[in-house]
Design a protein around this ligand. Structure first.
Ligand code: ZN
Ligand code: ZN
Length: 222
């Protein structure tokens, strides 16, 4: 259904509403790219390059490092919102093009992704993280392998505080098969990093030695 609507509805920019493209040239160009300098570990923008930053120092992080293409500001939120809730599949292509323009090809042989929350997956019928992973796999010529599933009986993250989220996500994922040594873990948005860290923990238990996180957008704390 989503692809049907995608095809027949007149295209409008999901950020400003201008007719023509799903993301117009102006709005696409105005998204804040997250280049250097940054925190080497969690990818937060910093004034100069650092190994760990205020946001991630002292925290146990199971991934080697995290990179994101754009800041999760109002425009990026609109884009990701349309992509998630309205099921505009071509937005995954738009997002992937932006990612490959900002982030260099990871040094890994396999891409995997955060699995959809089961209920939300049923509501929407698609998983943006998976779609982005597939689009990136095509562009970087890397195989995309589903490796994770949600462990049964863990509450959803929606509506929880940052501290509650961090506590809640431990043990939320499990690997469904042995993981390769190095891999890229894709999600749509990096907020606290708790979700991708929990997923990286599950992947490392399944044999991964190095997990690189890659997201389209990243929340930036002021
Ligand atoms: Zn626009
Ligand atoms: Zn950091």
């Amino acid at each position: 259904m989503a692809s049907f609507l995608d095809f027949f509805l007149p295209r409008r920019c999901v950020v400003c509403g201008a007719g023509g493209e799903l993301l117009c040239h102006g709005c696409g160009g105005a998204l804040t790219r997250l280049g250097a300098p940054r925190c080497e570990r969690c990818g937060a923008p910093t004034t100069w390059p650092v190994e760990r930053c205020r946001e991630c120092s002292g925290r146990r992080i199971a991934f080697a490092h995290a990179r994101a293409a754009v800041e999760y500001d109002d425009a990026a939120k609109r884009l990701v919102g349309a992509w998630k809730e309205r099921g505009l599949r071509s937005l995954a292509e738009v997002a992937a093009e932006i990612v490959v323009g900002v982030v260099s090809r990871p040094d890994a042989y396999t891409i995997t992704f955060i699995p959809a929350d089961h209920n939300r997956f049923l509501e929407r019928g698609h998983n943006p993280a998976k779609r982005l992973a597939v689009e990136l796999g095509t562009r970087w010529q890397l195989p995309v392998v589903p490796l994770l599933r949600r462990a049964p009986g863990v509450a959803a993250q929606r509506g929880l505080s940052l501290a509650e989220r961090r506590r809640n996500v431990r043990g939320i994922f499990e690997a469904s098969r042995p993981a390769p040594r190095t891999l890229v873990l894709v999600d749509d948005v990096y907020t606290s990093g708790a979700t991708v860290s929990a997923a990286a923990t599950a992947l490392r238990k399944a044999g991964a030695r190095r997990v690189e996180v890659l997201t389209f957008a990243r929340a930036v704390r002021s």
